[in-house]
Design a protein around this ligand. Sequence first.
Ligand SMILES: [Zn+2]
Length: 496
Amino acid sequence: MNIIPKPVKIIEKSGFYKLHETISVKRNEETENIIEVFGKELNIITDLKLETTEKDFDLQLVFDEDIPQLEGYQILVNNNGIRISSGKKAGLFYGLITFLQLIVNNEVPFCEIEDKPRFQWRGMHLDVSRHFFSIKFIKHFIDLLALHKLNVFHWHLTDDNGWRIEIKKYPQLTEVCGWRRNLEHIPWNERNNSNEKGNGIYGGFYTQEEIKDIVKYAAERYITVVPEIEMPGHTSEVFAAYPQFSCREKKLEVTAGGYWPNLDIFCAGNDKTFTFLENILSEIIQLFPSPYIHIGGDEAEKTRWKECPKCQKRIADEHLKDENELQSYFIKRISKFLFEKGKIPIGWDEIIQGGLAKDVVVMCWRGDGKDALENAISTGNKAILCPNPILYFDWKQVEDSQGTFGVTTLKQVYEYDPVHIGISKENEHLILGAQANVWTEWMTTNKDVEFMTFPRICALAEVAWCKKDNKNWLNFLSRLTKFKSILDKYNVNYYS
Ligand SMILES: [Zn+2]
């Protein structure tokens, strides 16, 4: 059977259950909203309609407390129709997603399926700062995440090239910091050397109402939206409106292209910087029910901190050894604020430098992620694996294709295993899961993002969902051929 990600156990039987123009679903108030969302996805893939009924139904969803796993489910297809059971709504939803893939020419093969995910964190990231993407596209992207049974959308909302989320207390973050010179016709890394004033303004942002809409849309598909607010580095866009929170207090313009190294960062010696960030995070906490808030922490150059009297005073006052420990002070102070509000901070693996705060989750991205993972679990911290380049989808799919840096093939993604050799069994529970990252310096359009993401996301789905011994590259390739016909229905511009 051509299902991605591959279920744990499938028993195929002879015979088919025939569907007609309308699939009748057993009426159940508790599952009405799942059926409604499923109906929308069904409309994209097939001409079939849904209706609810008391008797003579084709499909029924059943709560079964004997299936304890939150996202696990079972499917039984026989002469009586299709029965999907799970202990929880998320499992019923995943059962429906599998059912979608079972339908061929309005027939469903008789079978028994048992399934559950390997990892609790099955993530996909999207950078909307380097290039901005519409709410309509974000919803389409979330539809596709759900189709792959991914359950985390990591929304990279702020970076040097534009601030993308409305903050009521600081309106200039979007009025000023969300916009840059339009130099889209110039290659990314050459833009800042350009003398062109720019022929307009490039940018955009999401209002808080739009953010709420996306969070709700994702939740209906059992996807948690994890927002990322970068700090202390990758924040130069903020200083276009609020230079007082940088070390030099110098007003900058929002950079239109590559900003490297990350020199201008938040001043760690100024208490008002922390008040500013805490006020921002207070609004973020209200908008996102996610238990996790991502606070960046990557690639912060320490040059300005070395020159800044306020930062140096902080190092002396707090008896810190150096600027790495100052970064640690920064992250720990913000983490404390988030923990007090009931949220768990996540940071890129540079947050390990200078000492890691207790219970912060580390996103391991540098190298193969192994060093960062070992460091994180040595102090009992949890980790998510998103190694560069294997799960960095801005890398090319083949040498002569679109993209940047080197090549990460579909096969490399598929064969990646988040549990590294050498991690002891008792520490495996500290690995929350895996995630792929889409940095959009070189992706200007929706179609670019799709081209770089697909079909590597299909391989990621199996990395995050399937046990190692249930994966097989050639078998995956054969299933992918069929799966691409589903991607075609979503009008996805996948690499092939
Ligand atoms: Zn400073």
